[in-house]
Design a protein around this ligand. Structure first.
Ligand SMILES: [Mg+2]
Length: 155
């Protein structure tokens, strides 16, 4: 559990990182450069990592076979994603995503980060997120360096 005090924004006690798959950690089925290193760094920092996907191509389990510390979870709808986050403790969860399917989990998570990258982000996802970043690497770096989170969120 990582405790971060943000002046004017309250205290975060973060334990879970929940990531959308397509457009967030992969593009056309391949990990975005920097993502694998980011997973490792988040694990070393003590986060539990979950990747949620509708698995339309049936490749979810295979994609994460080499990552025993990552839990790949089937979630076909925005409500499925939200229900999963609610089941693991939304008050201790960070969500990272880019699409409309991520909006519901963004609403319940303690902290939500929206990535734009090559597939873009929907305006609804951006509005519901606490922070918008251009690249997943930056989202992961923000979680690994509380100073960045404080600098952006403090009021
Ligand atoms: Mg996506």
């Amino acid at each position: 559990m990582k405790t971060i005090v943000i002046p004017g924004h309250g205290t975060f006690e973060l334990e879970n990182v929940v990531l959308d798959l397509n457009g967030t950690v992969t593009e056309t089925g391949t990990f975005i450069p920097g993502v694998v290193e980011g997973f490792e760094a988040l694990r070393r920092a003590g986060f539990r990592i979950f990747v949620l996907s509708g698995d339309t191509k049936g490749t979810l389990a295979q994609t994460f076979k080499g990552f025993p510390y990552i839990q790949a979870v089937l979630a076909k709808t925005g409500q499925d994603k939200r229900a999963f986050v609610e089941s693991i403790g939304p008050e201790h969860t960070v969500c990272i995503g880019n699409g409309n399917i991520d909006v519901e989990m963004f609403k319940v998570a303690r902290l939500s980060l929206c990535t734009i990258q090559a597939e873009g982000s929907t305006t609804k996802a951006m509005i519901e997120a606490d922070i918008v970043v251009t690249h997943i690497k930056h989202a992961m770096e923000i979680l690994l360096d509380p100073h960045k989170l404080i600098a952006t969120l403090r009021s």
